[in-house]
Design a protein around this ligand. Sequence first.
Ligand SMILES: C=C(O[C@H]1C=CC=C(C(=O)O)[C@@H]1O)C(=O)O
Length: 375
Amino acid sequence: MNSDDFFTSIENQYNRQLPFVAYRKPNSLEIKGMLQKTDVLYTTQDFSASGFVFSPFDNNEHTVLIPLENSNTMTTNYHSIPDHNTKFVEVISEYIHSEARQNHINLIKKGIHAIENKQFDKVVLSRQEIVELSDTNPFTVLKNLLNTYKSALVYCWYHPKVGLWLGATPETLLKISGNQFSMMALAGTQDYKGTLKVDWQNKEKEEQQFVTDFIIKNLKPAAKNFKVSDVETVKAGNLVHLRTMISAQLKEDTALKQIIDAMHPTPAVCGVPKQVSKQFILNHENYKRDFYTGFLGELNLKTTVAPRLGRRNIENRAYLLTKEVTQLYVNLRCMQIKNNRALLYVGGGVTKDSNPEKEWQETVSKSLVIKNVLP
Ligand SMILES: C=C(O[C@H]1C=CC=C(C(=O)O)[C@@H]1O)C(=O)O
């Protein structure tokens, strides 16, 4: 399908108020679309179905599913516009001194205070920002995201009974292909200043290490043969983060639900320990995260993969295997479009060494990822 027809199909679907998702995986040309045939709100509890899931931060709430069996699928290759204008929006100083800044700084101070009182070691605290839109066509925003963020998972997700969400996330939650498991520990943030040679402070190293330690500890009962990469600096739009890649083999009879329950939400978006930090977030952030810091992606999709064979066998197509693959991403750098407005979501990890003013600045930098693509 050519990309004009692809966009026409999803626009028609949206105009008919039927659910869909259009997404492009990191560093890929291909955009995939899943267009649900009716407006039924499907959910999944055991993660055994095939389709595309959209799950909220609060794992006590429902995960929405676009089931493969009730959808039409399509793909296209999208050639991004080269040198897309990556203007970075100026932050007006008046805004910096606004009530929003004071509220966020107060929230961070409460978080630091709770850490000093030994309630938990880390908590990720966030805020919502509302931007008036001059053009509310989600496909203008989607194309801007596609043109600007090639190494992110870019998506536009819609359900008439839930809402319209878009984003460009740098973070994989997990990938499971057969019994092969991989996951990413991403945390620590600085503005990108033209180089990946970055000095990281202990605060950022520690907040990222919390994520790696959590993943390994909670995956241990279900997996073996762990491989853990060195910590590296990666670029995500106008920012850089610290990242560790973790891979392992799942033990037999490990259910996907067991893994998702153990992993989500990770300390990259929640905290350590999980339950108390989550409760702190639910009690003290003065808005509802909904799907921000939840996860989204392909669930149990049959995928043809080449097995890892020696060179001699590469030509032998008879060896191609079909595996069920699940590939989920953390819903960061995202927005919801509602009544001519974009609701942006930004947060950051708070530890004992956090500086409230710097945490505020970090959320301002993160908000530019989305503001940069708004019409
Ligand atoms: C919670 C967010 O980012 C997470 C992912 C990378 C770096 C983060 C940080 O430095 O705090 C956060 O853990 C967000 O972008 O809203």
